[in-house]
Write a protein that binds this ligand. Structure first.
Ligand code: ZN
Ligand code: ZN
Length: 185
C-alpha cells in the first residue's frame, strides 16, 4: 500500500483540518481504485525565508517544494514517498500571479497554498465547510500530479486546471474514470 505524507507549513488554517483531510484524500484515491495510507507529519515546518519574495509578498512554490523534499529526506523519508505540503500562505510561480498549488512529480512532492481558498480573501463571510472542500480538491489535484496525472478536461474531474476560485468550486474532489484508470496503471 502506498504511503502518502501530508506536511503542515503553518498551524493556522491548517492543523484543525488535517485529520479530516487525510481521510478525504484516502477516500478520493480509494474511489479511483488506489489504496493509500495517508499520514500527517508530526511537526509544523517553518517556511524558509529564502522562499519568500518580499516584493510580491508571496512564497515561491518550487522553492518550498524543494525545501519540503530535502527536509523530509534528512529525516529519513524515502525520496519516492509522495509528500504534500500545506500552508495557509499565498504562493506563486514565475509567470503566474498566484497558484493554489504546485507539484513537482520528479521530486514526488507538491504544495497547496490555502490563503486564497478562504471566502474572507474575497471579502465574503467565513465558510469553513467551503474552505475545507476547496482544500480537499486542491490537495487531491496536486497529489494527482505527483502520482503522474496531467490536467484533464473531463467535466467535474478533480484534475481540471483551476485558475480561479470559481473553477475550484466547479470541479469535484474525485478523479474521472480515465484519470482513475491512469492512476491504477
Ligand atoms: Zn494542476
Ligand atoms: Zn480526469
Amino acid at each position: 500500500m502506498k504511503r502518502i505524507i501530508i506536511v503542515p507549513f503553518t498551524s493556522h488554517g491548517v492543523l484543525e483540518y488535517l485529520d479530516a483531510l487525510k481521510e478525504s484524500l484516502a477516500e478520493s484515491l480509494r474511489r479511483a481504485g488506489v489504496e493509500a495510507e495517508v499520514v500527517v507529519w508530526s511537526e509544523v515546518l517553518k517556511p524558509p525565508i529564502k522562499c519568500f519574495n518580499w516584493e510580491r509578498k508571496q512564497y515561491r512554490a518550487q522553492c518550498l517544494i524543494e525545501y519540503l523534499r530535502s527536509t523530509l529526506q534528512l529525516s529519513g523519508v524515502e525520496r519516492s514517498t509522495p509528500v504534500l505540503g500545506l500552508g495557509f500562505l499565498d504562493g506563486y510561480e514565475e509567470g503566474l500571479n498566484f497558484v493554489f498549488g504546485e507539484a513537482m512529480p520528479n521530486l514526488s512532492a507538491a504544495i497547496v497554498f490555502s490563503k486564497r481558498l478562504r471566502q474572507e480573501f474575497y471579502g465574503s463571510p467565513p465558510d469553513f465547510n467551503l474552505y475545507f472542500e476547496r482544500l480537499v480538491k486542491e490537495a487531491v489535484h496536486e497529489l494527482g500530479h505527483v502520482l503522474g496525472l496531467d490536467h484533464c478536461r473531463s467535466p467535474g474531474c478533480v484534475m481540471n486546471f483551476s485558475n480561479s476560485i470559481v473553477e475550484v468550486d466547479a470541479k469535484t474532489r474525485y478523479f474521472c474514470n480515465e484519470c482513475s484508470r491512469r492512476l491504477k496503471g
